[in-house]
Design a protein around this ligand. Structure first.
Ligand SMILES: [Zn+2]
Length: 171
């Protein structure tokens, strides 16, 4: 396994939709293993392929932070089937280190995706699981959490990032 480099905003790869995954081969399995390793090391609860510079539609997540193997998920070619309710909570992103800000999301989400063998799976998640699946599916679509913020909040966050960039703390 290898640690991959996490791409930071505003890298263009984060703002373009990933390609549909068609080959469920050993190369994909290796990428997924490396993505888990990178996510746990960061540490984070979700990581999309675009965040390691690979423009493909897949992500890994584990809301237990490695404590509960049942929460280890690989979702390939994810598609949000349905959402319900709303939740408000702090959200972060490994491509925006140190930025945590409230983002409104659906309380529940059902996502259809393929697993490492290409089989279709459906994940029905609430709260953090729903938030994480929606955040990561957005990444696959070239959407970052900045796009989900109110215009005022977005400007504040962009200003904060500019300051961090100037101070050399955003590389
Ligand atoms: Zn993210």
């Amino acid at each position: 396994m290898a640690l991959l480099e996490i791409v930071k905003w505003p890298d263009a790869v984060l703002e373009s939709p990933g390609d549909h995954v068609t080959d469920f081969d050993d190369k994909l399995k290796k990428l997924v293993n490396d993505m888990f390793e990178t996510m746990y090391a960061a540490p984070g609860v979700g990581l999309a392929a675009v965040q390691v510079g690979i423009s493909k539609r897949l992500f890994v997540m584990d809301c237990s932070g490695g404590k509960d193997p049942a929460q280890r998920l690989v979702l390939i070619n994810p598609e949000v089937l349905s959402v319900e309710g709303t939740q408000n909570g702090e959200e972060g992103c490994l491509s925006f280190p140190g930025i945590f800000t409230p983002v409104e999301r659906s309380l529940r989400a059902i996502v259809r995706a393929q697993d490492l063998n290409g089989e279709y799976v459906e994940v029905d998640g609430m709260e953090l699981t729903a938030r994480c699946m929606l955040h990561e599916t957005d990444h696959c679509d070239g959407i970052v959490f900045l796009d989900k913020m109110s215009p005022i909040k977005r400007e504040l966050v962009k200003r904060k990032i500019k300051k961090l960039q100037k101070a050399g703390n955003w590389v």
